[in-house]
Design a protein around this ligand. Structure first.
Ligand code: G16
Ligand code: MG
Length: 219
């Protein structure tokens, strides 16, 4: 039986990817590094430190660990400042409706995000109240594709993975959900999240009615 839902944040509840892009781009410009939307796409769902390593690899740059941390912190300061612009208008279409519906139907709901800034984003959206548990980049050491963040969220909800559905927009996020034994809903194109149990192009199509009709035997 499905009793819980675990949501990724960026790309599922709201689109912070654009703000991450702007902050990485500003850092890259300052460093004289190449950075574009295609490279940004590779950062979807992965941690801050994994992200800077992808950007450095793209530029054939290697630096000592302290410098890498310093640069990632610089990007983060820019990103965090830009979060002040996020408002309750910035839910992805359909996301708030689904969260509200899950609340009225009595499901347990958790966040399972790689971001260390997830709480700030939820506050800006006025979304904190939709979640029983917040699992974020501060909750576990190993980031996606490791299943740890989703296992953490399920444990806090006191539910086994088989009783939970994970919503994810990232390839590595679906990998993480599957590795943990969760049911999965992919949000995005086939080539990115086609390996999820079910897939919707956007959150708008991912209504509780649709999800229930796909996982019929589990409700
Ligand atoms: C998000 C973004 C990633 C970002 C990561 C870490 O993940 O998709 O691009 O690198 O968080 O963010 P921060 O630098 O704020 O800790 P998710 O899991 O919410 O999709
Ligand atoms: Mg995501």
């Amino acid at each position: 039986m499905i009793k819980g839902f675990i949501f990724d944040l960026d790309g599922v509840i709201t689109d912070t990817a654009e703000l991450h892009y702007e902050a990485w781009k500003a850092l890259a410009d300052e460093m004289g590094w190449d950075f574009n939307r295609e490279v940004n796409e590779k950062l979807r769902g992965i941690s801050r430190m994994d992200s800077i390593k992808v950007i450095m690899e793209h530029n054939n740059v290697s630096l000592d660990e302290n410098t890498i941390v310093e640069l990632a912190t610089k990007k983060n300061d820019l990103y965090v400042a830009s979060l002040d612009k996020v408002t309750p208008e910035d839910y992805l279409p359909g996301a708030r409706e689904l969260l509200t519906h899950l609340r009225t139907e009595g499901f347990s709901v958790a966040l399972g995000s790689a971001s260390k800034n997830a709480e700030k984003v939820l506050q800006q959206l006025n979304a904190t109240g939709y979640f029983d548990v917040i699992g974020d980049g501060n909750s576990v050491a190993k980031s996606k594709p490791a299943p740890d963040i989703f296992l953490y969220a399920a444990e806090k909800l006191r539910l086994p993975p088989a009783n939970c559905i994970v919503f994810e927009d990232a390839e590595k996020g679906i990998d993480a959900a599957k590795a943990g034994g969760f049911h999965s809903v992919g949000i995005g194109p086939e080539e990115r999240v086609g390996h999820a149990d079910i897939r919707f192009d956007t959150m708008k199509e991912a209504t509780l009615f649709e999800v229930k009709s796909h996982f019929k035997e589990l409700f």
